[in-house]
Design a protein around this ligand. Structure first.
Ligand code: CAO
Length: 441
């Protein structure tokens, strides 16, 4: 039997990927779950596993191709492979589905043909064409009716102005999509594309006039980073707040209890401890755990706490998300942080692991620096920047004492968070680092 290997659904709002590497050749024997290709999408690089054991029969893509969810990338001859029976059933099911789709398409074509064959003068032809289009659209409308909460007339408007109605969120009762929602969406699309054009408007000088140059193509991660950072910077009115925490106790704690975490195969690092404290801070300051919806003029409070961690990889910056950060122990957070950082660096992170974060931590302290101003990742409203801790002379009770001071910065979206709240949040973080018992109140 021949098994088609398609690009699966990747993650919400992501249905394309780029082929980074083909890992097999025609004729290769593969086992179920063996990687066939390396793909890149939304900054994540991941393997496409074979869904069946057998022999690679066809490779339908090449390195650099842009592929879509549902597209067939490989075919596997499962005749010699294990689990043949199961694959056969799967193929049959797929074939039935394909047959259904094909039949529906044929029906549409038949309708078109019938109309074309009818004897007609020009006027009649125009009328028939209109009728035919209406019939096709009515069919499409019926297909969509179950899943898209919009009336046929709204769907028609969307079609006419080239808006994918599946991407529009409805403002009507029970999320119903109105004509205005569609038009607003189209306006935003237009504005976004204008902004993108504006960003490219700058005319570079001819650098080769002053010396030799070399041009390098931006890879997907660099392009996405450029797009996302420009979008975040242009749309978020940033404010930056700085503070310093006395992390002497935290450092002692880290040294004393690191063995407990090492037993689980990870290190007890500053970032893992800050993840735990940040989760608490987001509970105390729920405005930092929101997103802003300027279209509906609403602030969306999330009742879950997912914190992203900026990871420096040789392909660029990635921000995997630790889900339900508040529900995990420091040991669990240390282990998970190690795992996601390794996955991000070894090209094993999946796009969905980079989604759904409400807040982020960016720790550059392992490298150095006294302070920096990270950009808030849309749709988050704040990010915590951590610089390098160092021993400083701190004046306490009439004398200078050596204390390990950790510089923190908070970048936040001033549309949602006011200055006083920003200062309170960062002060709370500093106090929690100095006296973690405070988080228990
Ligand atoms: N001050 C002083 N030392 C620090 C520190 C800090 N703020 N943060 C980490 N360190 C030390 C660690 O203690 C460790 O030292 P030892 O090896 O002696 O124990 C060393 O630096 C390396 O730490 P690490 O990087 O292995 O561990 P981590 O959990 O603290 O950090 C991660 C994990 C993924 C955040 C980090 O590896 C990383 O990638 N940081 C870069 C993030 C980045 O690029 N941000 C920029 C984004 S722009 O917004």
């Amino acid at each position: 039997m021949i098994k088609e290997i398609k690009l699966p659904e990747i993650a919400e709002n992501i249905d394309t990927a780029v082929v980074v590497e083909i890992l097999v050749s025609v004729g290769d024997k593969v086992e179920k779950d063996d990687p066939l290709a390396e793909l890149e999408s939304d900054k994540a690089v991941f393997d496409l596993p074979s869904e069946a054991s057998g022999t690679v029969k066809e490779i339908k893509v090449k390195k650099g191709d842009k592929v879509e969810s549902g597209q067939v990338l490989f075919t596997i001859d499962t005749t010699s492979g294990e689990g043949e029976e199961k694959e056969e059933i799967e193929t049959k099911t797929e074939k039935t589905e394909e047959a259904k789709e094909k039949k529906a398409e044929e029906k549409k074509e038949e309708k078109k043909e019938e109309k074309k064959e009818a004897p007609a003068d020009e006027k009649k032809e125009v009328a028939e064409k209109t009728e035919e289009e209406a019939a096709i659209k009515a069919e499409e409308d019926t297909e969509l009716a179950g899943e898209i909460p919009a009336s046929p007339s709204v769907r028609r408007i969307a079609r006419e102005i080239g808006v994918n109605i599946k991407k529009v969120s409805g403002s009507g009762p029970e999320g119903r999509i109105t004509a205005d929602d569609v038009k607003d969406f189209a306006k935003r699309q237009l504005e976004d594309s204008k902004k993108a054009v504006a960003a490219d408007d700058y005319q570079l000088p001819d650098f080769s006039k002053w010396g030799s140059i070399k041009r390098e193509k931006m890879d997907t991660i660099r392009k996405l980073t450029a797009k996302e950072m420009t979008g975040s910077w242009q749309s978020i009115p940033h404010v930056f707040q700085f503070d310093k925490a006395d992390a002497t106790g935290l450092e002692n704690f880290r040294r004393k209890y690191s063995k407990m975490v090492e037993k689980e195969g990870a290190k007890l690092t500053v970032t893992a401890i800050l993840l735990k404290l940040t989760a608490e801070a987001l509970r105390v300051f729920p405005r930092f755990n929101t997103s802003i919806d300027m279209n509906s003029e609403e602030i969306i409070f999330k009742e879950y706490i997912n914190v992203g961690v900026a990871v420096d990889t040789d392909r660029g910056l990635l921000v995997p998300v630790i889900r339900n950060t508040d529900k995990k122990s420091i040991t669990e957070l240390s282990v998970e942080l190690k795992e996601v950082a390794e996955k991000a660096r070894n090209k094993k992170i999946m796009p969905e692991e980079l989604q759904g974060g409400n807040f982020a931590i960016s720790n550059l302290g392992g490298i150095g620096g006294t302070s920096f101003t990270p950009i808030v990742y849309r749709p988050n409203v704040a990010i915590l920047g951590v610089s390098r801790s160092q021993t400083e002379a701190v004046y306490i009770d009439g004398e200078f004492k050596p204390r390990m001071m950790l510089p923190l910065s908070l970048s936040y979206d001033h549309r949602v968070i006011d200055g006083a709240e920003g200062a309170r949040f960062l002060r709370w973080m500093c106090e929690a680092i100095e006296n973690p018992m405070l988080t228990m109140f």
